[in-house]
Design a protein around this ligand. Structure first.
Ligand SMILES: C[S@@+](CC[C@H](N)C(=O)[O-])C[C@H]1O[C@@H](n2cnc3c(N)ncnc32)[C@H](O)[C@@H]1O
Length: 321
């Protein structure tokens, strides 16, 4: 016990390691993002990460060719992490690191937007599997909604709506629906498709799903859907935090995305940032926003030549405030 304490305090007795902890307080980060934010060499940062890991202060999680780090929120660490979060003594240094991280993530979002812009302009769509319409998956999604949520829902938000596929499928379950996207080309397509299909209860709006203030005027949501969206973001927990702001007291969040996989080419060729998710991660993202996992579907498998098997999963969370 005493030895563990000494190890913990020794690990924290270093400026760079305190800065790393500060960066991670807001959620998990990849090693390369930490390297960029600290403006230090990768070997140096990796050594510090190893020390923090060995002291039980962080966890390092391999995801394909990348490693992600997160705080180990073990009860015995909580008081320390809480103290460090409130500590203002090296505020300028902390702010500088966070600003560098913010700039990096912003430029990445711009790259991702350019990617979607090009894809949508050239021809709708995007990554190899999303073109599929999978009846088994669509049915399971419908079932999980109907089983857990009293329908008709009052207001449904589809975040990163793309062509509005989720709205086409589920608008009949809700009185009103709002599809949000930040790509004008796809918004036009979605609008004309929904008009053609007489989905008169649906609105498609231009908006940024990482900053929902501008969307809040469209009312509170009973269900917020992220269908094949989370894996484009470095910090998926930020999206859940935004969903939380839109949710009614007992509203739901439905995440549909890949289960953890090994198809690194989706990062290199298709702008994915995360190689899918597992239940622990989703629970963790939910928990940070006081949302509880209430149901999930059976994974649906997609097989294609030259691709390691990919499975699609859906998790349903309920707001607990
Ligand atoms: C892979 S598509 C998924 C589309 C749709 N949910 C579906 O499953 O068919 C991801 C969508 O998210 C949108 N998107 C990406 N970043 C966004 C942001 N910051 N704000 C709003 N939409 C965004 C893209 O324009 C794109 O249409």
């Amino acid at each position: 016990m005493l030895e563990e304490k000494i190890k913990t305090f020794a690990a924290l007795a270093d400026e760079t390691r305190l800065r790393i902890i500060n960066l991670l307080i807001d959620g998990e980060l990849s090693v390369q993002d930490i390297v960029h934010s600290l403006d230090q060499s990768q070997p140096r940062v990796s050594r510090h990460l190893r020390i923090l890991d060995e002291a039980g202060l962080i966890n390092r999680i391999k995801e394909g060719g990348w490693v992600f780090c997160k705080l180990n929120n073990d009860k015995s660490n909580n008081y320390l992490l809480d103290h460090l979060q409130k500590d203002k003594t090296y505020k300028n240094l902390k702010n500088r690191d966070i600003q560098r991280l913010y700039n990096l993530q912003k430029s990445r979002l711009n790259d991702a937007n350019d990617f979607f812009f090009k894809q949508y302009k050239e021809q709708y769509y995007v990554d190899p599997l999303n073109q599929f319409s999978n009846v088994a998956l669509d049915n399971q999604l419908r079932e999980i909604i109907i089983k857990n949520i009293h329908t008709p829902i009052n207001n449904l938000f589809d975040m990163g709506t793309g062509s509005g596929k989720m709205l086409s499928l589920f608008s009949s379950l809700s009185k009103t629906c709002v599809g949000v996207d930040n790509n004008h080309t796809v918004i036009k397509m979605a609008k004309s498709k929904l008009t053609q299909d007489n989905r008169n209860n649906c609105k498609i709006i231009f908006g940024d799903i990482t900053q929902t203030e501008a969307i809040e005027s469209y009312g509170k949501a009973d269900l917020v859907i992220y269908h094949q969206v989370l894996h484009y973001f470095d910090k998926p927990q930020d999206l859940i935090r935004e969903a939380k702001k839109l949710l009614n007291k007992e509203g739901f969040v439905l995440i549909v995305d890949y289960l953890k996989h090994q198809n690194e080419f989706l990062r290199t060729n298709f702008s994915h940032r995360r190689l899918g998710f597992d239940e622990t991660q989703i629970k963790d993202y939910f928990q940070k926003s006081n949302i509880g996992l209430v149901d999930k579907i059976k994974a649906v498998s997609f097989k294609q030549p030259n691709i390691n098997e990919l499975k699609v999963m859906a998790w349903l969370g309920k707001n607990y405030e």
